[in-house]
Design a protein around this ligand. Structure first.
Ligand code: ADP
Ligand code: G6P
Length: 483
């Protein structure tokens, strides 16, 4: 098969330099976890940013970093502090991210950020063009690189280009707010195949294409003069067996081989038949609805006081985009809310919320997924949410309940979860009670359906469907040109 190169803002590993030693740290986030499992199948390179500013790197260190990354089939795009500030923190995370997640009040409209976005997208496109050889295909990912498809297509019209958006595409009425809306659409239309997690995002995108550009769209094909572009939805899956096997293995270990986290949980009687654990895992991001979740947990303890002392919320928030103002404010708000709930309902031997603001190793993640009775997933907007799927895969005994926001893309595939509106505190509080008293038979019935579905459409299936569609679009275009 032809090689497929991946292009995304962040590489699957970040570089960390400690005492002149280069360490590779796995990147957090759905794109990285998902693609990490599949990209080696395509024999191509992964082109992206290694996560640190290039200003302080001398030639020798840059060479060593590149060597280390080549061993992982990764090709770095180096970004300076200024580029990180204006393109990554700036246009990507202060303009597009809030716009696409319907946080219009947070959007920064700044021409300087836009200019940096264009020039850094060109940098990624140039690196991809340098890497391309005859017959190779390119698969570009996510909102930070919306202009790259067109930048590649304009230089190499014969290369097949795929693009997948990992976040929601907003409704036209929201998208039109942006001064650079046409340029973004134009950039995406450089791809031959454009993929979204859900049909709704696809529909919103097509509506923007029609209304802003006036192009004709029939079924899921966009017709532009001499080209046909395919648009489709591909709900991203997870590496199901990896989570299931890790969970099985961890629980077979004797106590002395269990991790410190697990032993701590047991020591504080958190893993015991008389205690229930609720799990919350996200990047610290305002789209994830973390404050809503804490308010709902507080309301739950107020409305169902029989659970005080018996239920603990384990909340893992992974630091993310910590130099952007809204993320700094969010962290402060969450810290305060955790303090408020613990102050109100806690006692010497009861801490209602166990809060971790850090990244945890994969093993601990699995322990949390498999030890917690309920997963509370309440984003106010989320393209997909892989955490919900990972929880399902890790439940080897098929018990456990998911409370899931209707605003997450994953809700479309998880009708057996308890579906809530993330802005309805009372509804979430009642859902927590419902989850905690749900009979085991009902839990198993719901969970088995979820497991069958999530297992069937895993990340390998997802990527192979996308690649199949790329081949299909090549064929459609060839027959179109032949006419
Ligand atoms: P997003 O992509 O917006 O961050 P997702 O829920 O889709 O949200 O994906 C988050 C991914 O990050 C999951 O695959 C999850 O396993 C991973 N992750 C979350 N927390 C951690 C952590 N503490 N350490 C390692 N990986 C994590
Ligand atoms: C989401 C985005 C990814 C991004 C990830 C982590 O999953 O869709 O593109 O990589 O968040 O965010 P970060 O800004 O740290 O790369």
């Amino acid at each position: 098969m032809n090689r497929i190169h991946i292009v995304s803002n962040r590489l699957p590993v970040n570089i960390n330099i400690e005492n002149d030693i280069i360490e590779l740290i796995p990147s957090v986030g759905g794109l990285a976890t998902g693609m990490r499992s599949v990209y080696k199948e395509y024999n191509g390179k992964w082109i992206g940013w290694p996560g640190l500013p290039s200003d302080d790197l001398d030639e020798e260190l840059t060479g060593r970093i590149e060597q280390k990354l080549i061993e992982e089939d990764c090709v770095p795009v180096h970004l300076s502090k200024q580029e990180i500030d204006l393109y990554y923190d700036g246009f990507s995370n202060r303009t597009i991210w809030p716009l696409f997640h319907y946080f219009a009040q947070f959007i920064d409209y700044d021409h300087e950020l836009w200019d940096a976005f264009v020039s850094v997208n060109q940098k990624f496109a140039d690196k991809a063009l340098e890497t391309l050889e005859e017959g190779d295909t390119i698969w570009i990912h996510d909102y930070q690189l919306l202009l790259v498809p067109e930048m590649i297509k304009s230089k190499k019209p014969d290369v097949t280009v795929g693009f997948f958006l990992h976040i929601p595409f907003p409704s036209f009425e929201v998208f039109r707010i942006l001064p650079w809306r046409k340029e973004l659409i134009q950039g995406m239309l450089g791809a031959d195949l454009i993929g979204f997690h859900t049909f709704d995002y696809q529909r919103h995108f097509c509506s923007s294409v029609r209304r802003l550009m006036g192009y004709e769209i029939s079924f899921n094909q966009i017709h532009i003069e001499d080209r046909i572009i395919l648009v489709d939805s591909f709900p991203m899956g997870i590496d199901y067996n990896k989570f299931r096997d890790a969970s099985t293995q961890i629980f077979q270990r004797p106590l002395q081989e269990k991790s410190e986290l697990h032993r701590e949980l047991e020591k504080y009687f958190l893993i015991s038949p008389n205690r229930k654990l609720i799990l919350s895992i996200d990047r610290m991001d305002y789209s994830k609805g973390i404050p809503n979740r804490l308010r709902a947990f507080s309301r739950f303890l107020e409305d169902y006081p029989e659970f005080i002392g018996k239920v603990t919320l384990i909340m893992l928030a992974v630091p993310s985009r910590g130099t952007v103002e809204q993320y700094i404010n969010l962290k402060r708000e969450v810290d305060e809310l955790v303090g408020t709930v613990n102050g109100k309902f806690g006692s010497i031997n009861y801490t209602p919320v166990w809060y971790f603001y850090r990244s945890l190793p994969f093993e601990n993640l699995i322990e949390l997924y498999s030890s917690c009775d309920v997963a509370l997933v309440t984003p106010v907007r989320d393209g997909m949410n892989l955490v919900a799927k990972e929880y399902v895969a890790s439940r080897t005994n098929s018990t456990g309940v998911i409370i899931l926001s209707e605003m997450a893309g994953v809700a479309k595939e998880m009708g057996e979860a308890i579906i809530i509106n993330p802005n309805n505190t009372k509804e979430i509080a009642d859902a927590i009670n419902q989850a905690l008293i749900m009979p085991l038979d009902e839990q198993r019935e719901r969970m088995s359906f979820l497991q069958d579905r999530i297992k069937r459409y895993d990340v390998f299936k997802w990527s192979s469907e996308f690649v199949k569609s790329l081949k299909k679009v090549e064929k459609i275009q060839n027959s179109f040109y032949a006419k």
